[in-house]
Structure formats: C-alpha cells, structure tokens
Design a protein around this ligand. Structure first.
Ligand code: PLP
Length: 394
C-alpha cells in the first residue's frame, strides 16, 4: 500500500499550480528526510552511497552529502555531477559495464573515485589508465530475482559482473595489475520487495568466502523496494560483511527518494474510443516507468466532483503505449483539473525524455514552509541549440 501524501504538502502543490507550468515534479523534503534517517539508523556503521541515477538533482545531492551519504554513479557525467555537488572522489563509487578510455582519462584529471570493475577487460583498462586505483570487482551472483526483467541485473544471463566461478581469479588478476583491490560489489536488481531475494544472495557469498577469505569492502548494492524494512535486512548483511572481515557498503536509490516525489499533471480532455480516456499533459516523456517497466503509480485527484468514472490516463505522444495508468476510478474532471502520480521521486524526472521536443518538467521541493526550485522548467529553444542550421562538418 502506498503512503498518501501529507495534507499540507497537497495544499502546497495546489498553491504551486498557480505559478508552475504542468507537468512538474514536487518533492516533500520531510518525507525524504524520514526515509534517509530510517536507512541511516538501520545501517549505522555501514557506508551508504546514494545511487544518484534515481534522482540526480544537485540540490538533492548537496542535501544528502551534508547528511553524510556518499554517491553511487554509472557514468562520467554522474561522477562530475557528484563533484559539482561537493563530493570528494573517495565519497564516490563509479559502477557500470562500460567505462570508455576517454572517461577514465578525464577522471585522471578531475579526481579518481572508487571504481567497480565489471569485467576482465574493464579491469585491464582501469589498470592501464588509472594505475593503483581503488577497485571493487562486481560479482554476478547468477540469481533470478522477483522483479521486472529489465531490473534484474544479478541474473546469470545479464551483462553485469563476473560469475562466481571466475570471480576469485579475476580479483587476483587485479592485484597482479597493481590495483588496490578493496573488495566485492554485488547488485541484485532494483525494486526488490521479496526478502527471499536478499537471503539467496547471502548463500552465494557464503560459498564464495571459502575461496576469497578477507575483503576490505563488501558492497551489496541497492535494490531495496519500498515495501522492504531496512531494519529487518541490515543484521544479516552486517553479519555477512563481518564474516569477510569487511566494511559494509550499500547503494540505495529508490528507497530514499521514490516516496518523497509526485508528478503533477493536468487533464485537458475526456475522450471515449473503445475505452474511456483522460488526456493529460504528462505521458511517457515525463514519466517513463509505466512504459518501460509496467510500473504502477497510484493516482490522487486534486479536484472533486459528484460523479466518478473509470479511466485510462494517456499522455500527449502519438504512441499507443503512452498511458500512465489504466482503469483508475476518479471523479469526473473539468478541463485543467490536476492529478498527482505518487511514488514518482525516483527514476521519474531523472528519466525524462526530450523525445517529441518535450522540455524537461520543472522540479520543486517543499520543506514544510516554502518551495525551492530543484530544476527550472525546461525551455523549448535550447532543445535544438546544438543542431546546426547551416552546413557544419566534424
Ligand atoms: C549498481 C547499482 N547500485 C544501486 C542501484 C540503485 O538501485 P535502487 O534504486 O533500486 O536502490 C542501481 C540501480 O539500478 C545499480 O545499478
């Protein structure tokens, strides 16, 4: 069950609607702080690296850095964004299956984070371009998990990490290459709500322990679904890290920010084909998760009416998949009435698409007293400013 937004936050959104163009994202900072405190409490003694892909707004990163969190990143751009938010290189972990040479060379200039090597080739390239770097080696635990297939990164047929049988040899090779091999990284997947998935990972690591013994770091990644209670998961994770003699690191993204954010959209038409639609100014380019992962975001109307009906909620794209929710019972709206899509604080604004020349939605955070701009609403002309209108040659 999802947590309804706080009543004063909803009132503040109504007020913001008078000034901010829709669609936009709105965040309740008190809820964010509550989630962060819950994870910090459960994982006291571990290092928490916030997965900035979930929501990379600078003002958010600055806030989380001040709260003592590190940053988990997957691209040069994300590392530089974390540095722009004030993070030092040793507070940043760089993941991802592909780290092109040009990106590694840029890191040599701007600061070398902790790198997670994803394959033997990645390890060799890191050693060549960033000699002596601090490295974790990603394990592919070869486990099925209970989530959308696009989010199941720990399956043996996914492209991530090194399989358990190969892992000790590749780790030893990293030492031969002169890298500072600090430990093991494992990320099962995202949006995991079944505790059995987390438990299965422990068995794989326990088997591996016989072959690797001591590690300085055990990074167990993110993936904590919103239904998971961190206090229930933490003790087993700490116990496992202790068995390796390792410090525990984790990389939550969604669990910290999803519930703090809503997408705000307006209804511009009601329409009947063989199904009954409300047509909104937000669709797949503002919130991609329903199309990409079949994600369900609860919907709350910001208007009232005596009659209700069951609607599909479609966006402005010429794509029949541009539907944010199906079969939602709502009061019958008038033109311009607004809706909230809940649990949109993670992988919402972050995944905005410029497809169809839709500029990025504005993003605003509410601290209980006032709104702060996290991202100004995008403007149209800059969307094509990198496109020559005269012949130009590389
Ligand atoms: C390596 C890694 N760490 C952490 C995360 C964060 O996952 P979540 O937002 O589900 O916690 C991801 C997301 O896919 C990831 O790939």
């Amino acid at each position: 069950m999802s947590n309804p937004p706080a009543a004063d936050f909803v009132d503040a959104v109504r007020d913001l609607l008078k000034r901010a163009p829709t669609p936009f994202y709105a965040y309740d900072l008190r809820r964010l702080e509550g989630r962060v405190a819950r994870y910090q409490e459960a994982f006291r003694g571990a290092r928490i690296f916030y997965a900035i892909k979930a929501n990379p707004r600078l003002r958010l990163l600055e806030r989380l850095r001040s709260a003592g969190l590190g940053a988990e990143t997957v691209s040069l751009g994300e590392v530089l964004r974390a540095y722009a938010a004030g993070y030092m290189p040793d507070q940043v972990v760089l993941n991802g299956p592909v780290k092109p040479p040009a990106a590694l060379r840029e890191l040599a200039r701007s600061g070398v984070p902790v790198l997670v090597a994803d394959s033997p080739a990645d390890l060799e390239r890191i050693a060549r371009i960033l000699p002596g770097a601090e490295v974790l080696l990603r394990l592919n635990p070869d486990l099925p998990v209970d989530t959308h297939p696009h989010l199941a990164t720990g399956r043996g047929d996914s492209q991530f990490g090194v399989l358990p049988g190969d892992w000790p040899g590749v780790f030893a090779r990293g030492r031969e290459l002169g890298l500072e091999m600090r430990g093991l990284h494992l990320h099962l997947g995202s949006d995991l709500n079944n505790p059995a998935d987390f438990a299965a990972r422990l068995e794989v690591l326990e088997r591996l322990r016989a072959r690797v013994r001591f590690l300085a770091v055990l990074d167990l990644g993110g993936g904590f679904g919103l239904e998971m209670d961190p206090a229930k998961l933490a003790p087993e994770m700490f116990a496992l890290a202790r068995r390796f003699g390792a410090e525990l690191w984790i990389e939550p993204g969604r669990a910290l920010v999803a519930d703090a954010g809503v997408l705000v959209a307006r209804v511009w038409a009601e329409k009947q084909t063989r199904r009954r639609y409300l047509l909104l100014d937000a669709g797949m380019t503002a919130l991609l998760r329903p199309l990409l992962y079949g994600a369900r975001h609860p919907v709350v109307p910001l208007y009232a009416s005596e009659r209700t009906a069951v609607y599909d909620l479609a966006g402005p794209a010429c794509e029949s998949g541009d539907v944010l929710a199906r079969e939602v019972e709502l009061p019958v709206p008038r033109e311009g009435d607004a809706l909230l899509f809940l649990r949109a604080g993670a992988y919402g604004g972050a995944m905005h698409l410029n497809y169809l020349d839709h500029p990025p939605p504005g993003e605003y955070a509410w601290d209980g007293a006032r709104w702060e701009v996290w991202r100004r609403p995008g403007r149209l002309p800059p969307l094509w400013e990198d496109e020559p209108d005269q012949p130009e040659y590389p």
